[in-house]
Design a protein around this ligand. Structure first.
Ligand code: PFF
Ligand code: NA
Length: 439
């Protein structure tokens, strides 16, 4: 072990790691993306497929990333240089590309949420969807969007620059409980709206006929969303697990993280769909502007809507922040581990690069949609596919051994996990990737 490795930071507590991973998982994926892909997928039918994938694909896949990170105690690039043979040694680089593509627009969207928090407290939201659409297009593109994109990145530099314990761990311990409380509160409030019961029917009772009819679009969207929402295929969970000690039950931690993420997404649906139905807005209206146009207009029409809206968008901003720091940490960990850079310098450099890359999507929303579709439909699934294939087929003995550390002998459970990863995970991801590329 080099002296660098001996000095490598670790999480101070179990809760610190779990909360940070939950913080990474719970983000724009739950609040911004989940409602619009669910709406595009037709509501309850999509939700059902998504939940199935989260449990059967998400759980084995998150454990794969955990064991790689904990065993190698390294960033994803270093990790694959250590465990990979032949070309597999370079798999980690896929994550770096993914990180840059996703972060560059994620922070633009996060910037919008800051702008919309201010909007709710100040001028207020436009009340009809047409005007709301115009309001959105003016705020979402151009100099103002660039400025808020920069602001968001500056906050990230401050937190990630402080390190694992003093920065990330402290920040998530404040942010995560706040998000849970606010989303739960909003769901209770939304239940009192007129459109609530129609919304629940749309969101919660699946139509099996439409799943069968639309499976070629539902399958990749649901698999992509399952990966996105659990922060899989980014190298994030590898990175966060690399700061862990041996004494932890990774299965338990994974179950808690997935449970939290799913609960938040479900609750967000219970907030968003009643609001849309009350305002008479079609939830199938697709697109990245969904919560900023339709939902903002709905807030605009409600009593105290400006205030409720501001609370909502602030929560989204906080959720986005706890995810963005995890993604930034992937590249920062690489710069520290492999390039010997100082943490603060590494963070500042990464964020400066992200700022430049994000100028495109901040200037034109069409570019942003392109980035999102490419990252989610192709890059994430590709990263997940490569890692799972290599670990489950080529590195399975070490993987099982690593999972057993902190749990004890797993016997059939370990075999069962590897086989889930070897076949169902790979098949679903590969089919989704193929369908996603064709689309
Ligand atoms: N799991 C995150 C989410 O649901 O929002 C996905 C993510 C996106 C993580 C972007 C990190 C990130 F920077
Ligand atoms: Na998520």
């Amino acid at each position: 072990m080099s002296s660098l490795e001996a000095d490598r930071e670790q999480w101070s507590t179990r809760a610190g790691f779990v909360l940070a991973a939950v913080g990474s998982a719970v983000g724009l994926g739950n609040i911004w993306r989940f409602p619009f892909v669910t709406g595009e997928g037709g509501g309850a039918g999509f939700l059902l497929v998504y939940l199935l994938f989260v449990a059967s694909i998400g759980l084995p896949a998150i454990l794969i990333e955990f064991v790689v990170g904990r065993r190698t105690r390294s960033n994803p690039i270093g990790a694959f240089e250590r465990i990979g043979t032949g070309v597999w040694r370079y798999v980690g680089w896929v994550f770096v590309v993914t990180t840059f593509v996703i972060m560059s627009y994620y922070s633009v969207v996060a910037g919008w949420t800051i702008r919309y928090t201010i909007l709710g407290l100040g001028e207020g939201y436009a009340t009809d969807p047409g005007a709301a659409g115009e309001q959105f297009l003016t705020l979402a593109q151009g100099v103002e969007a660039m400025a808020f994109h920069a602001l968001f990145l500056l906050v990230i530099v401050a937190i990630v620059g402080l390190g694992i314990r003093r920065g990330i761990e402290v920040a998530v311990k404040v942010m995560m409980p706040a998000i849970v409380l606010i989303v739960a509160g909003l769901a209770v409030w939304a239940a009192t709206l007129d459109g609530a019961s129609a919304a629940y029917a749309y969101y919660l009772s699946p139509d099996f006929g439409s799943i069968a009819a639309d499976w070629t679009s539902i399958l990749p969207a649901a698999a992509g969303q399952a990966f996105y929402t659990l922060s899989l295929g980014f190298g994030i969970m590898i990175t966060y697990a690399s700061y862990l000690g041996e004494d932890r039950n990774l299965i338990e931690d994974a179950a808690i993280i997935i449970g939290f993420d799913t609960a938040i997404a479900l609750a967000v649906g219970l907030v968003v769909f009643p609001i849309l139905f009350t305002a008479g807005i079609d939830p199938g209206d697709p697109g990245v502007g969904a919560i900023f146009i339709t939902l903002a207009a709905a807030f605009g029409g409600l009593t105290a809507g400006g205030l409720v809206g501001a609370v909502f968008f602030l929560t989204v901003a906080v959720a986005a922040l706890s995810s963005a720091i995890s993604l930034t940490e992937v590249v920062v960990a690489y710069a520290i581990d492999e390039r010997g850079m100082g943490r603060l310098r590494a963070t500042a450099l990464v964020c400066a690069a992200l700022f430049v890359l994000g100028l495109g999507p901040a200037y034109d929303i069409v570019l942003l949609e392109l980035y999102d579709g490419f990252a989610d439909g192709v890059l994430l699934l590709l990263g997940g596919l490569l890692v799972t294939a290599y670990v489950a087929w080529g590195w399975s003995e070490e993987a099982i051994e690593e999972l057993e550390a902190g749990i004890g002998h797993l016997d059939r459970l370990g075999t069962c996990w590897i086989w889930l990863a070897r076949v169902p995970v790979l098949v679903v991801v590969a089919v989704s990737l193929a369908l996603g590329v064709v689309e």
